[in-house]
Write a protein that binds this ligand. Sequence first.
Ligand SMILES: Nc1nc2c(ncn2[C@@H]2O[C@H](COP(=O)(O)OP(=O)(O)OP(=O)(O)O)[C@@H](O)[C@H]2O)c(=O)[nH]1
Ligand SMILES: [Mg+2]
Length: 347
Amino acid sequence: MKKCKGCGIELQTKNREAVGYVVDLEQDYCQRCFRLSHYGDTTYLKTNYVSNEKIFQIYKRYSGSLIVLIVDILDALCLRDDDLLEIFKDQDVLLIINKTDLLPENINEKKIDKIFSKMLFDLNKKYRNIKAALLTNKYEGAFNDQFLNILKDLEVRNVVFAGRANAGKSSLINKLLHSNDLTTSIYPGTTLEEVVIDYKNYRFIDTPGLVDVNNYATYLNVEKYKLSKIDKTIKPQIFQLNEPQSYFYFGLLRVDIIPKDKASISFYINNNNKIHRTKYENGDDYYQKHYCEFILRVKPLGITDYSIKDSKTIIIKGLGIIKINGECLAYVHSLANCRLYDCKEEI
Ligand SMILES: Nc1nc2c(ncn2[C@@H]2O[C@H](COP(=O)(O)OP(=O)(O)OP(=O)(O)O)[C@@H](O)[C@H]2O)c(=O)[nH]1
Ligand SMILES: [Mg+2]
C-alpha cells in the first residue's frame, strides 16, 4: 500500500474525484497535493476536514511519543482558556508557538518573550507535562539546533507533530529536514493522514490538524477564508472616535462602539482589506445593503456586548484581535459558532 509523500493518503488509480488519486502508482504525490503545491489549485480541497476522532486514533497509536504541539501565535494568546493542552495532558509536550512574525512590529521579540514566559509559568502549574517551549516562525534560523538539542535532552525517539489545522506542522518538519516533501498550504486540512519520516535517530510523525470549532476557518469557504486569513505581519488599523460608530470587516465582523467620552479601536486583522466605518445610526442600513447576502452564505452573526471601563482586548480565532480603549459600550457581531476570547495577556 503506497501513500502520498505530501499528505499521507493512500494512493489509488480508480477514482479521479476521490482523494489519493494518481494516474499511475509510480507517482509519489496524489493529484490533490500536486495541484495544490504547483498551481495553488483548491478544487480538490475537501471542505470537510479529517475528523478529530480519527486524529485522536493516530495520537493513540503513537502514545508514549513526545508530542510537539504546534500552536499558531494568535491561538496561543488564548491558550489559557483553550482545551488544547488538556488533550495531551498525559504525554510529554514540547510546545512550539509558531508564526511569531505575524504580530505587529510594535510587539517586538522582547515583548513576545515576556508575554509567553508569564503565560507558561502559569500554565506549568497545571500542565507539568510541558517539558519545554519555543517561540519561532518559518523565517527564523536558530530553531533547528534548539529543537534538536531539546530532543536529545529528552532522550526520545518517536516525535508526533500535533496541533490544530494550519498551525504550521508540516512546514516545521520541512524546515527541520531542509526539504519540501510535505505538502503545505494556506488552507486548513492539508495533511490527510499520518506521514512517518525517519530522520537521524528520530521518527517524526506529521499528523492532520485538529478542527477547532471556535475558529472562523472552520466555517468559511475558500473565498471567504482568504478574507479572514492573516498571512503577513499585521498592521493594525486604528480609529479614534467620540461619537457612536459602526465598523465592518465585510460580513465577517461588525463592531458598534458607543463611547462615553473618547475611545479608540484597533483591528489586528488581515491587512489586505480595509475596515469600513460608518455612523452607528447608519450601521443597520449599511449592513443590510452590503452584507445580508454575504452573511447568509456564511453563517449568522451573533452579538456579544461589552461594557468597557478602561480597555479590552478580544481575540477572534481565525480572524484576529480587536483592542478597544476608553469607557464605552461595544457590540461585537461575529460568527455565532465561534467563541470570543478575552485576551489576558498584555499586548
Ligand atoms: N507567516 C507565517 N506563516 C507560516 C509559518 N509557518 C507556517 N506558515 C504558513 O501556514 C500555512 C499552513 O502551514 P502548514 O505547514 O500547511 O500547516 P499544517 O499545520 O501542516 O496544516 P494542516 O496539515 O492543514 O493541519 C502555510 O501557508 C505556511 O506557509 C510562520 O512561521 N509564519
Ligand atoms: Mg500539514
